[in-house]
Design a protein around this ligand. Structure first.
Ligand SMILES: [Zn+2]
Length: 186
């Protein structure tokens, strides 16, 4: 199995001209090791803004790399961002990136079957749904005590299942539901 996966990563066909989000693949670089990290399939891609970048193929096809970075920059200079505190916005972005990353890599067991709704894999959609409530929660409880909480901890990251909560609320909610599930399954 592992061998098959490895081979696939090397040989999965790259379609030049294929577009993922804002990026269009222009060149296949093959397996390249960068920054001491193990070799990954990389390619050159052109962003819709005209900037050319090199990035990992899996991250372009997934949701980690959706533009050259201009999408987030555009968001930062938008009216909404200017009204807010710069630092809290970069944290809001990191929360989104962390959420996408956790759900994608499935490295930690509790996240095993969790996915991020396709709509939310685009940062601007996530901010459309969650930025106002984020700012409200930060104003009330502070930046460090604002976490994204899944109402059903077995459910997915999507609008209907997410809210902002303090660490304490989140822990209580998880414990209650885990206990309930365990009791019901006995
Ligand atoms: Zn761009």
């Amino acid at each position: 199995m592992i061998h098959m996966k490895r081979r696939n990563r090397r040989t999965v066909p790259i379609v030049l001209g294929a577009t993922y989000n804002q990026l269009t693949i222009v060149k296949d670089l093959g397996m390249v090791s960068a920054g001491g990290e193990k070799a990954r399939r990389r390619c050159v891609a052109k962003c819709s803004c005209g900037t050319v970048i090199t990035a990992r193929l899996d991250q372009i096809k997934g949701s980690n790399t959706t533009s050259c970075g201009c999408a987030f920059k555009a968001f930062l200079v938008s009216g909404k961002a200017r009204r807010s505190h710069g630092r809290s916005l970069s944290r809001f972005y990191r929360i989104w990136a962390g959420m996408v990353d956790r759900a994608k890599h499935h490295r930690e067991k509790p996240y095993k079957d969790v996915y991020v709704h396709s709509d939310w894999r685009v940062f601007s959609n996530f901010s459309r749904d969650m930025l106002n409530s984020y700012e409200k929660h930060v104003a009330e409880h502070g930046e460090r005590n604002t976490t994204i909480d899944r109402i059903d901890p077995f459910g997915n990251y999507e609008k209907q299942n997410c809210r902002w909560a303090t660490y304490k609320q989140q822990a209580n909610n998880k414990r209650k539901l885990w206990n309930k599930t365990i009791c019901e399954s006995l």
